[in-house]
Design a protein around this ligand. Structure first.
Ligand code: IDP
Ligand code: MG
Length: 149
């Protein structure tokens, strides 16, 4: 089953949106299989965002993601990567579709509340950056037959 990494970024935590963001993903029918509350080190941030190293917004991005605690979540489901990306919305909240998390709560790319992996390879690498294998739980959700066939 496909997995993806979600990060409720420091602005989402500071603004009290952990529950709201998590509820939206739960309500879609995605299954939570891992979760942590951490203050991200610069070392982990630099690994997570290494693809953006050298871009003009990189230093600000590292400062932002390490500025306060974040919630790390691993979600599982068929096409979960695309499901999460659609629910969180376009990178720039001003261009995100209404009803997406970034559109409903954000104004700027530098404070866009949430991260979601963009493909299977990046999802696997990002999850491995933050989670040990035994921190991902395999569990039976009693509502599964009513969500997935
Ligand atoms: P994504 O988060 O939608 O996948 P990416 O292009 O992977 O977007 O960029 C990672 C993060 O870097 C974004 O979520 C946003 O916080 C920040 N970012 C991306 N592009 C810009 C920019 O042009 N200016 C400022 N921040 C940016
Ligand atoms: Mg990205």
């Amino acid at each position: 089953m496909e997995r993806t990494l979600v990060i409720v970024k420091p602005d989402g935590v500071q603004r009290g949106l952990i529950g709201e963001i998590t509820t939206r993903l739960e309500n879609r029918g995605l299954k939570l299989v891992g979760m942590k509350f951490i203050h991200m080190s610069r070392e982990l941030a630099e690994i997570h965002y290494r693809i953006h190293k050298g871009k003009r917004f990189y230093d600000g991005l590292i400062d932002y993601i390490t500025s306060a605690p974040v919630v790390l979540q691993v979600w599982e489901g068929p096409n979960v990567i695309m499901a999460v990306r659609h629910t969180l919305g376009a990178t720039n909240p001003i261009e995100a579709d209404p009803g997406t998390i970034r559109a409903d709560y954000g104004m700027q790319m530098e404070r866009n509340l949430i991260h979601g992996s963009d493909g299977p390879d990046t999802a696997a690498a990002e999850i491995a950056n933050f989670f040990e294998a035994d921190e991902i739980l395999e569990w039976t959700r009693c509502t599964d037959p009513w969500i997935l066939v």
